[in-house]
Design a binder for this molecule. Structure first.
Ligand code: TEU
Length: 556
C-alpha cells in the first residue's frame, strides 16, 4: 500500500464555539484557538479539525452555512483564519475545515434567490417540488423531526431539507451546483488547509423521483435512511469531487459516512478511495435505535469489543478508518463505554489506550484528553441543541413523562460534548470572561487542564504518552501499519489485541472490569511501553491484571 503523509498523524477536533473565548462574548473564537496553539503543540497534535466557522445563523451550530467564503464575525475574521493556518503550520499542525455541502443555510444568497423565483436558475440549486394536494411531495422525515419538506409560502411548492428546515439540501444533480462547490473547496485549499472533514456526505444522492416509502412510525413518515439504502450513484459525485479538488492538493479528507454498504467500503477509503479515510461509527451506534433516543440501550463493553474487532478486521485490508470515542454529536465516550459506577481516571485511561492504538487515524475530541464527562441538565431550558429538542418531543410522543424524557435526552444529548472546554478551576473554567453560551459542566473545579498538566498521573498525561508512543521512531511503523489481531477474544470483559509490525509486535491488553483477572497470554512481554497502574508485573505469560488495568507492551 502506498504511504501517505497523513497516515502516521492523529487529529484533534475543535468545536470552536466551546473551545476558548478571547473577547468575552461567551462564544469561543479563532483568536481563542490561536492563543491555545501551544497547548495543542504540547499535547502533540498534528491535525486540527475545526467544526464550522463560516457565516451562519447557527440554527444548527454552523452546520447551516450562509456564506462559504467568509468567517462568521462571532468567530473572528478571515485575517484570523489565515493567521491560524499560518501559525499552526509553524508548529507542524495542519488545519481541516468542515465541508458542509449536502445543504446550506436558508439565509444563503442562493436560497434567497430560489425563494424569490422557484422556477428560476437558483430554484434548480435546491430540490423544489409540487405538493400532493395539501400534502408534501413525499413522506420522508427529517433527521431533526417532522417532515423533510417545507412549504414555500404562497405556493403549493415545497423545498427539501434532510436536516432542519433552515438547512435546505443542495441539488447535486445540478452540474452548476457541483462546480460552485468545487470552486469553493479549491479556494479554501489555496489558503493552505490540510484538507476537510466532510459532513453528512452520504445524503447528497437521493432516490429520484421522490416517492413514498412504507411509514416506520405512527406519524406516517419514514426515515431518510430507508431511502439512502436504495440510493445508487453517490460514487460518481464523490469521484468527481475528489478529482476536481482534493486530489490536486494531496489533501487529507475524512468523510462522515454512515451506512456505507460493506462491499463498497474499499471505494470510500481504499487506496484510490473517494476519501483518505472515513469515520468508524460502529462504537457510537451501539445500542442506538431508529425509533429515537428513548429506545436506546446501554453500550455493553463486550459489544464494544466485538464491534471494534469486527471493524478492525474488515478495515485492515482496505485502508485507514478514523477512530473515535466521541465527537460533537455524541455523548462523552467515557460515559458511553464505561459503566457509571466504574468511572475513574484509571478506567478512562484504559478506554483511551484501547481505542487510540487500533489501526487507523485516531481522533481526539476536545476535552476528551482530560476525561471530560457528560453534563447535568436540570430542565430543557438548559438545552440548546435542536436534535435534543426533537428527541425530547419524540420521547413525550412515545408516552414518557416530562421528567423521564429529560432523563432520556440528558444521556444522549449532543450538548453533553458541547459544554465549554475546562481550562482551569477559575470562573467559567477559564473559558470566557463573559457569560458562556452553554452552561459549563459543574465538575470543572475537579476536571480541568491546569490541574491535569500539573499532575503526572492525570488522564491528560496518559494521552500525551499515548500520542508520543504512537509517534515514536521505534514503534511508529508498528502502530501505523502493523496488522491487527484479536487476542483471547472469548474472555469476557477483557479486550486485547496485537499490532504486528515488520520487526516488532505490540500487545495492548485491557482488563475492562473492576475485578482482577489472571490469564495466560499467547505471547510474553519483552518491554512494557505504557500502563495505567502503580505497579505491574508482566515477566511471565500468566499474568494477573488488576481491575481496569491496561498495559501496552512489546512482546516476543
Ligand atoms: O451529522 C450528520 C448526522 O448524521 C447527524 O444527524 C447525526 O446522526 C446526529 O447528529 C446524531 O445525533 C452532521 C453533523 O456532524 C451534525 O452536527 C449536523 O447537525 C448535521 O451533519 C447536519 O449538518
Amino acid at each position: 500500500m502506498q504511504k501517505k503523509w497523513w497516515q502516521d498523524k492523529f487529529a484533534y477536533q475543535i468545536y470552536p464555539k466551546s473551545f476558548a473565548d478571547s473577547d468575552g462574548d461567551g462564544i469561543g473564537d479563532l483568536r481563542g484557538i490561536i492563543n491555545k496553539l501551544d497547548y495543542l503543540q504540547e499535547l502533540g497534535v498534528d491535525i486540527v479539525w475545526l467544526s464550522p466557522i463560516f457565516c451562519s445563523p447557527l440554527a444548527d451550530q454552523g452546520y447551516d452555512i450562509s456564506d462559504y467564503y467568509n468567517i462568521d464575525p462571532k468567530f473572528g475574521t478571515m485575517a484570523d483564519m489565515e493567521e491560524l493556518i499560518a501559525k499552526a503550520r509553524e508548529k507542524n499542525i495542519c488545519i481541516l475545515m468542515d465541508l458542509v455541502v449536502n445543504h446550506c443555510s436558508d439565509e444563503h444568497i442562493w436560497f434567497k434567490k430560489a425563494m424569490e423565483e422557484p422556477e428560476g436558475r437558483y430554484g434548480k440549486y435546491f430540490y423544489i417540488e409540487e405538493g400532493k394536494g395539501e400534502e408534501p411531495p413525499c413522506n420522508w422525515r427529517s433527521y431533526f423531526g417532522g417532515s423533510a419538506w417545507e412549504r414555500i409560502p404562497g405556493t403549493n411548492k415545497y423545498y427539501f431539507h434532510a436536516f432542519h428546515k433552515k438547512q435546505p439540501d443542495l441539488n447535486w444533480e445540478n452540474e452548476e451546483v457541483r462546480q460552485e462547490i468545487y470552486k469553493m473547496i479549491n479556494w479554501w485549499l489555496d489558503k493552505g488547509l490540510g484538507g476537510f472533514r466532510i459532513d453528512a456526505i452520504i445524503n447528497i444522492k437521493k432516490v429520484l423521483p421522490f416517492k413514498d416509502y412504507e411509514p416506520d412510525r405512527e406519524d406516517g413518515m419514514v426515515s431518510i435512511r430507508t431511502m439512502l439504502k436504495e440510493a445508487e450513484g453517490v460514487g460518481e459525485f464523490l469521484s468527481e469531487m475528489k478529482r476536481e479538488t482534493f486530489e490536486k492538493y494531496d489533501a487529507f479528507t475524512v468523510g462522515e459516512v454512515f451506512d456505507a454498504r460493506v462491499e463498497e467500503l474499499p471505494l470510500f477509503f481504499g487506496e484510490d478511495g473517494y476519501f483518505s479515510s472515513i469515520f468508524e461509527f460502529g462504537p457510537a451506534l451501539i445500542g442506538k435505535s431508529d425509533n429515537g433516543w428513548y429506545d436506546c440501550k446501554e453500550a455493553e463493553r463486550e459489544v464494544y469489543k466485538e464491534v471494534c474487532f469486527k471493524s478492525q478486521l474488515k478495515a485492515d485490508k482496505i485502508g485507514f478508518m478514523s477512530n473515535i470515542i466521541e465527537n460533537h454529536d455524541e455523548p462523552r465516550g467515557v460515559n458511553e463505554f464505561i459503566p457509571k459506577e466504574d468511572l475513574s481516571e484509571k478506567s478512562k485511561k484504559l478506554l483511551a489506550a484501547v481505542y487510540f492504538l487500533q489501526k487507523g487515524i485516531p481522533f481526539i475530541y476536545q476535552g476528551q484528553e482530560l476525561g471530560m464527562e457528560n453534563t447535568v441538565f436540570h430542565s430543557m431550558e438548559e438545552v440548546d441543541d435542536i436534535s435534543t429538542r426533537d428527541e425530547y418531543q419524540v420521547a413525550l410522543d412515545a408516552g414518557y413523562s416530562e421528567e423521564e424524557a429529560l432523563r432520556i435526552v440528558s444521556k444522549y444529548s449532543r450538548d453533553n460534548a458541547r459544554t465549554p472546554f475546562q481550562w482551569s478551576d477559575e470562573d467559567n473554567a477559564g473559558f470566557t470572561k463573559g457569560k458562556p453560551w452553554l452552561a459549563l459542566n459543574p465538575n470543572y473545579p475537579v476536571i480541568n487542564a491546569a490541574e491535569q498538566i500539573k499532575r503526572k498521573t492525570s488522564v491528560y498525561y496518559f494521552y500525551k504518552e499515548l500520542i508520543a508512543l504512537r509517534k515514536s521512531e521505534e514503534y511508529k511503523e508498528t502502530f501505523v501499519y502493523g496488522e491487527f489481531e484479536p487476542v483471547l477474544p472469548e474472555v469476557k470483559n477483557f479486550m486485547a489485541y496485537l499490532r504486528k509490525g515488520q520487526d516488532k509486535n505490540i500487545l495492548v491488553a485491557a482488563n475492562f472490569q473492576k475485578e482482577a483477572v489472571t490469564l495466560t497470554l499467547p505471547v510474553t512481554c519483552k518491554k512494557v511501553l505504557l500502563h495505567n497502574d502503580e505497579d505491574i508485573r508482566m515477566e511471565r505469560s500468566t499474568v494477573t491484571f488488576q481491575g481496569y488495568q491496561v498495559v501496552v507492551m512489546e512482546v516476543k
